[in-house]
Design a protein around this ligand. Structure first.
Ligand SMILES: Cc1cc2nc3c(=O)[nH]c(=O)nc-3n(C[C@H](O)[C@H](O)[C@H](O)COP(=O)(O)OP(=O)(O)OC[C@H]3O[C@@H](n4cnc5c(N)ncnc54)[C@H](O)[C@@H]3O)c2cc1C
Length: 331
């Protein structure tokens, strides 16, 4: 247990804040030493989906539960069980080395395996829920070990029960994934096809992963260089009726149908259209190439980033009547 620890290096926004207490746990048993947890308490994985707006006046527990094991397999499928403290991208690379397909499109997403189900991480046409089998968690009040199957997690777009009713109530200690030995390639995003064609590589889970890594490196700021948490806002999903009205006023607005009654809008387009891209005040800004990514150029305070986020939300609501929800957990 360490006291008064800087969290700057423990999260990707790189904001200068302190935690009153900080502890690393490497096993389920270690974690149980703090259960029932005293408030305030927070779990931290890679810190790639949090914005701290103030010092944390309690205990931050950093998950380092490791281990990847094959639980069972047949000729076509394999079930693996992974420690929540494993780094997500390292797991993707491990699967590619073993020829286990299913998460190659999720290459280079920062963060830990334990946090991946919380917002049902997704990229390039694939979401965690597509390969999710079950997870093991510890109740932070009682210390009970609970298993959650697919249905229990109530996955949605960047969403799960752990972001809603069960927020802050469980520590996800292990995640089980069902992967394919016979790959089904998802190249539904045109840019992936373009990169594969350009590279002249035959399609494989490795070449697909390489293409995704290349695109992400070109598109997204590296947190090691500029503090950020990836997409700050979720793409808003609105009713078909609201969309039909908007489309008359803004015919260029991109959209993606969701079922028969809803439409997903591109939050980045809305923010860009309002002229926010490249905006900077002090060290808080909107990335020059990615309107959806808020950045810390060095010494921004969490409150400055948060005030900028709120100003963007207000301007999007005023112009389009659309409420932008944050994807990042603001503390
Ligand atoms: C450059 C960049 C690109 C990104 N791209 C994507 C993308 O393409 N798709 C995408 O979906 N996300 C993306 N993200 C967001 C982020 O990578 C994911 O949300 C990731 O799953 C967060 O993992 P983490 O370990 O860093 O979580 P943290 O930031 O450490 O924690 C996030 C939340 O989960 C809680 N938590 C953490 N671990 C546990 C646990 N074991 N049990 C219970 N609660 C826990 C924390 O208390 C916090 O509330 C990106 C982020 C960055 C910086």
């Amino acid at each position: 247990m360490q006291e008064n620890i800087s969290l700057k290096k423990h999260h990707t926004f790189g904001i200068s804040v302190n935690a009153a207490k900080f502890v690393v746990f490497r096993t389920e048993k270690d974690l149980l030493d703090f259960v029932p947890v005293q408030e305030p308490f927070m779990l931290l994985g890679g810190g790639s989906n949090v914005l701290f707006t103030r010092d944390f006046e309690g205990l931050v527990a950093h998950n380092k539960i490791k281990g990847i094991e094959v639980l069972r397999e047949n000729d076509s499928e394999v079930i693996i069980r992974v420690g929540g403290g494993e780094v997500w991208h390292d797991l993707v690379m491990w699967c590619i080395d073993k020829d286990f397909a299913g998460i190659e499109n999720l290459s280079l997403i920062p963060g830990s395996v334990g946090a991946a189900p919380i917002q049902n991480i997704g990229a390039y046409g694939v979401e965690l829920k597509d390969v999710f089998y079950s997870l093991e968690a510890i109740c932070l009040k009682t210390g009970d070990f609970i298993k959650f199957n697919h249905e229990d997690c109530q996955f949605g777009y960047r969403d799960s029960v752990f972001k809603r009713e069960l927020r802050g109530k469980f520590c996800i200690t292990r995640v089980l994934l069902k992967l394919n030995k016979i790959p089904v390639f998802n190249t539904s995003y045109g840019i992936i096809k373009d990169i594969l064609e350009e590279s002249k590589e035959e399609i494989s889970i490795r070449s697909l992963s390489n293409a995704v890594i290349k695109i992400r490196k070109q598109k997204l700021p590296d947190p090691a260089e500029i503090g950020n948490s990836g997409s700050f806002f979720k793409n808003p999903v609105i009713s078909l009726t609201q969309f039909s009205n908007l489309k008359i006023q803004f015919p260029d607005m991109p959209f993606y149908p969701v079922g028969e009654k809803e439409v997903k809008l591109a939050a980045g387009w809305l923010i860009d259209d309002l002229g926010w891209k490249g905006y900077r005040k002090g060290d808080a800004g909107v990335h020059v190439n990615q309107a959806l990514v808020l950045v810390n150029y060095g010494n921004a305070k969490g409150t400055e980033i948060w005030n900028l986020a709120k100003a963007i939300q207000t301007s999007v609501l005023d112009k389009y009547g659309v409420a932008l929800e944050t994807e990042v957990n603001v503390l």
